[in-house]
Design a protein around this ligand. Structure first.
Ligand code: C2E
Ligand code: CA
Ligand code: CA
Ligand code: CA
Length: 275
């Protein structure tokens, strides 16, 4: 079918309207979720490569009763600024859950939350985290924040200050999605980073014997800078074996466990997920 220029334009305009409508709809649902306790967290176990034991978790955000995933609603929340109160809710809920597990007699384990670049403008975030940790008597080193490289590309002076302030409190910092985008190794030398999380794409290439030198170099470099290395998106046993052999410290992925609601984590909290 041939379209005239005018039809193309009308089609384009209609697409724009659809995209906009969807954004408005997501924004509405986020507003509702903020007001009516409509968010929940799922926790994905992280295992120690050497033992297969669960040594920590990553908290991931979900909307109650709606199958819209964060890859769709986080960008909207960033655009509207809703990410600021949402991000605080995620942090507060994570700390509350850590205290709840501890109060059930389980040992504290580190839990990571994701911070998006927009949250770096949340001036009060440090104080908020510090107060929540104090309130629930959780030592700060059990809270980890994950930031992506894109955060580091934005405004370097402010970012460094922001991260240094988190470190001063005792919160640990992980560099997320490493190996995507513009990996600059320079960041690793001047930012207060304790952990590198290798992106799924890198773990996948490694399985196919691609990027083997890159992987080994990152692991060696990370270790020489006293950083821990976590591989993400590990789905296959062979991947686990190879990454373990290469000296990767921790792993996370469907091979071990999907992200789970807190009540499903409790019974497996101290488990070994692979051997
Ligand atoms: P991410 O931080 O890189 O999180 C890892 C994502 O990979 C999660 O998707 C997780 O469910 C998924 N995943 C874990 N293991 C596997 C695997 O073996 N195979 C595959 N294919 N996927 C795996 P999820 O939960 O949909 O989150 C997507 C992204 O949304 C996250 O990527 C993160 O960037 C963002 N996000 C999630 N929760 C939050 C939050 O509370 N705050 C902020 N700012 N961003 C969040
Ligand atoms: Ca993450
Ligand atoms: Ca990631
Ligand atoms: Ca990601």
């Amino acid at each position: 079918v041939k379209h005239s220029g005018k039809n193309h334009y009308m089609y384009f305009q209609q697409e724009m309207i659809e995209v906009l409508k969807e954004k408005v709809e997501i924004e509405r649902r986020l507003t509702e979720a903020l007001a009516e306790d409509g968010f929940r967290l799922v926790y994905q176990p992280q295992v120690e490569s050497a033992s297969g034991n669960i040594v920590g978790f990553e908290a991931l955000l979900r909307l109650k009763g709606i199958a819209i995933l964060p890859d769709r609603f986080i960008p909207v929340a960033e655009e509207t600024g809703q990410i600021i109160p949402i991000g605080r809710w995620v942090a507060g809920e994570t700390i509350r859950q850590m205290a709840s597990w501890r109060d059930q007699g389980l040992p504290l384990k580190p839990v990571a939350i994701n911070l998006s670049s927009k949250q770096l403008s949340d001036e009060g975030l440090h104080g908020y985290l510090q107060q929540k940790l104090l309130e629930k008597k959780i030592p700060a080193e059990y809270l980890e924040v994950e930031i992506t490289e894109s955060v580091l590309l934005e405004e370097s002076a402010d970012t460094t200050t922001f991260l240094n302030r988190l470190r001063e409190i005792g919160i640990r910092i992980a560099l997320d999605d490493f190996g995507t985008g513009y990996s600059s190794l320079i960041y690793l030398t001047y930012l207060p980073i304790q952990k590198i999380k290798l992106d799924k794409t890198l773990s996948d290439r490694f399985l196919k014997d691609e990027s083997v030198e890159v992987m080994n170099s990152i692991i060696t470099l990370g270790h020489s800078l006293h950083m821990e290395i976590t591989a993400e998106g590990v789905e296959e046993l062979e991947q686990y074996r190879k990454l373990k052999k290469s000296g990767c410290d921790f792993m996370q992925g469907y091979l071990f466990s999907r992200p789970l609601p807190a009540e499903e984590v409790t019974p497996i909290y101290n488990s070994r997920l692979i051997s």
